[in-house]
Design a protein around this ligand. Structure first.
Ligand code: PEP
Length: 262
């Protein structure tokens, strides 16, 4: 399986700045067959960046979309309208769940819409700080995972990417965000694989990529990538710094090569 390094630019950069930043990345990123590099700019920049990017080096993801394909939905953009521009779609990000009140129902409809339109959904799941404190992590992960996948056929589950993003470790809004220890992430990954195995079988569980996201930077990326179950990283803040993002790609390649030798 490839290692995925995905940058979520969130609501940063103008269209012009996005283009300049992508240009810088394209100059620096080397293309590796076993590392999939994806960036997710704002919706506004997707059209121009899709023409600018070299998809062998950097593919694009949308940060959001509406689950219906066409119709009277003022102000919305559908995945059917975006499908020629992107290869991936982020779904269920905690900022969408908690700032924009997206429900599990919205999220499962989006996962299904992405697959229906031939894109790979990146389903984000993760517990909040208080859920963690009250020992609810396992229940939250199970509900968000199975809730998000409930409109997907068992055969299609491994076409989705699951990103474990504990809300307490995401740096964007919580200035006091903590850094998840590799042990925290290892336990969550083990649980997610177990739920996938019990629900969809061993093969699907093993074939579904699991990513980690939450304050990942070049100094801690390796500690997560070394985890047996880790198939990549979803990166917010550090993906806005070209040297950080490209260093993380090189770290991923080093870990991949080292694993291949064992
Ligand atoms: C994110 O929002 O998906 C994320 C992982 O952000 P950060 O890396 O900034 O914590």
């Amino acid at each position: 399986m490839k290692t995925y390094i995905i940058g979520n630019w969130k609501m940063n950069f103008t269209v012009g700045e996005s283009s300049l930043f992508l240009h810088k990345l394209l100059q620096r990123v080397r293309s590796y067959r076993d590392i999939e590099v994806v960036v997710s700019p704002s919706l506004m920049a997707l059209q121009s960046l899709s023409l600018q990017t070299d998809r062998r080096k950097i593919k694009l993801a949308t940060q959001n979309f509406y689950h219906r394909d066409f119709g009277a939905f003022t102000g919305e953009v559908s995945i059917a309208q975006l499908r020629s521009l992107v290869d991936y779609a982020i779904v269920g990000h905690s900022e969408r769940r908690y700032i924009f009140n997206e429900s599990d129902k919205d999220i499962r409809a989006k996962v299904a819409a992405a697959l229906r339109n031939g894109l790979t959904p990146i389903l984000c799941i993760g517990e909040t700080d208080s859920e963690r404190t009250f020992g609810e992590t396992a229940d939250v992960l199970r509900d968000q995972l199975l809730g998000g996948l409930s409109e997907v056929s068992a055969e299609e589950v491994s076409k989705c990417i699951i990103a474990y993003e504990p809300v307490w470790a995401i740096s964007g809004h919580d200035k006091a965000a903590k850094v998840a220890s590799p042990l925290d992430v290892k336990d969550a990954f083990a649980l997610i694989r177990k739920i996938l195995k019990e629900t969809y079988g061993k093969e699907t569980a093993e074939d579904t990529p699991l990513l980690f996201g939450g304050s990942v930077k070049s100094i801690n990326a390796e500690s997560y990538l070394l985890l047996e179950d880790c198939n990549g990283l979803l990166i917010g803040g550090a993906s806005l710094i070209a040297s950080e993002f490209t260093d993380i790609i090189e770290i991923a390649k080093r870990v991949k090569d080292a694993n291949a030798q064992h």
